[in-house]
Design a protein around this ligand. Sequence first.
Ligand SMILES: NC(=O)c1ccc[n+]([C@@H]2O[C@H](COP(=O)([O-])OP(=O)(O)OC[C@H]3O[C@@H](n4cnc5c(N)ncnc54)[C@H](OP(=O)(O)O)[C@@H]3O)[C@@H](O)[C@H]2O)c1
Length: 353
Amino acid sequence: MQYDTKGMPFRRLGSSGLRVPLFSLGGWLTIGTTVLGDPVKDLMKTAYEHGINMFDNAETYADGKSELEMGRVIKELGFKRTDIIVTTKLFWGTEYGHNLGGLSRKHIVEGTRASLERLQMDYVDIIFAHRSDPTVPMEEVVRAFSYVVDRGWAFYWGTSEWAADEIEEAHGIAQRLGLHAPVVEQCEHNMLHRERPEKEYAGLYKKYGMGTTAFSCLAFGLLTGKYNDGIPPDSRLAKHQDFSFLKELGDSLGTEGGQLKIGKIKELTALAEKELGCKVGHLALAWVARNPNTSTVIIGASNVEQLLDNLKALEVIPKLTPEVLEKIEGILGNKPVPKPTYGRPSLDAFGRT
Ligand SMILES: NC(=O)c1ccc[n+]([C@@H]2O[C@H](COP(=O)([O-])OP(=O)(O)OC[C@H]3O[C@@H](n4cnc5c(N)ncnc54)[C@H](OP(=O)(O)O)[C@@H]3O)[C@@H](O)[C@H]2O)c1
C-alpha cells in the first residue's frame, strides 16, 4: 500500500530527527483484546488511509497478542517498513516471573527480541521503558537501552510515566558515559490529568528537548461524554473491571468528585457544540494535540467509527484560540501552578526561564 499523508500534520519526536504524525494509533485493550482478526485489519488500514502511519504497542498488551496481531496485519496489508513507525514498550512482560519483566539488562534484551519476533520485524522505531524500575541501577537500564539502539533493534528509546528526577538521572548517565539518552516520554495527558505532563516535566521539555507521545487523551473515554449518565454496557469501564484502576474509576463516577468531573465534561460539551461546532471528544483530543510539547496523540479506538470520529479533532486545532483556551481553563479550573518565583519580576517572554 502506498502511503499518503492525507494532510496529517507531522511533528518532530522531541528534539530527535524522527518525524511523527500528530495522531497515531495504539493497541491497549483493543488490538489483541477486544479487536481480533479482520477488524484489526480494518482499523489499521483505515488509520493508514487517513495519514496515521505510527502504531503503538507493548509486550504486555493482551500478553503479547497485540503485537502478534499488529505484526500480522502490517505484513498482510503490505505496509512498507520505511513508511511506518512502530513503537513498543517493555516492563510488565507477557507473563509473571522474576526475570520476565522489569528493566534488568536481561529483560530489556530478551524482551526486545521477543517483541520483535511477535511483530515479525527486525527493529522498532522507538522502544519505551513502560515504567521505571527502582530495583535496577539506572546505569544498567541506560546501558541496556543504549545497547538495544546500537544493535539496531530500535532507533530511539523513551520512558513512560517516569518521574522527572528519574528522567534527569538517565540523561546524566547517558551524557557522562556517552550513551543514548531517552528522547521521549509516553505519558497520560488529558484535560483531567495535567500535573505531571504540564508541571513536573516542564523543565525537561526545554532542557532535553523532550517530546511526548500522549496517551489516554480521552481519559479512557470519559471525555467523549459517554459516561455522563452512567456506565454504558459495552464501554471500557464496563468491559475491563479486571483492571483495578478502571474499576475504581468507574466506581468513583457516582461520588462527589466523580460528579464534579462529569459536570465539567457537560460544560465542555456545551462549549464544544455551541462555539466550535464539534463534539467534546474532538475538543479533548485537539486540546492535547495543540500543546507544543506533544509529539503525537495516541488514539485508542475500539472500532473504525471511533477512529474516524476522533480524527475530526484535526479540524478543531486551529479553532483553539487564546480566548477559547481561556474559557476551557475557566471550566477545568485545574491549570497546574508553575513553581514559585517568590515575587521576582518576570523575564522577557521569549527568553529562558
Ligand atoms: N504507556 C502507557 O502506560 C499507556 C497507558 C495507556 C495507553 N497507552 C497507549 O495510548 C493508547 C491510547 O490510550 P487509551 O486507549 O487509554 O486512549 P483514550 O482515547 O483515553 O481511550 C480510548 C477508548 O475510549 C473509547 N473511545 C475512543 N474514541 C471514542 C469515540 N469517538 N466515541 C466513544 N468512545 C470512544 C473506546 O473505548 P470503549 O469503546 O471500550 O468504551 C476506546 O478504546 C493506547 O492504545 C496505548 O497505545 C499507553
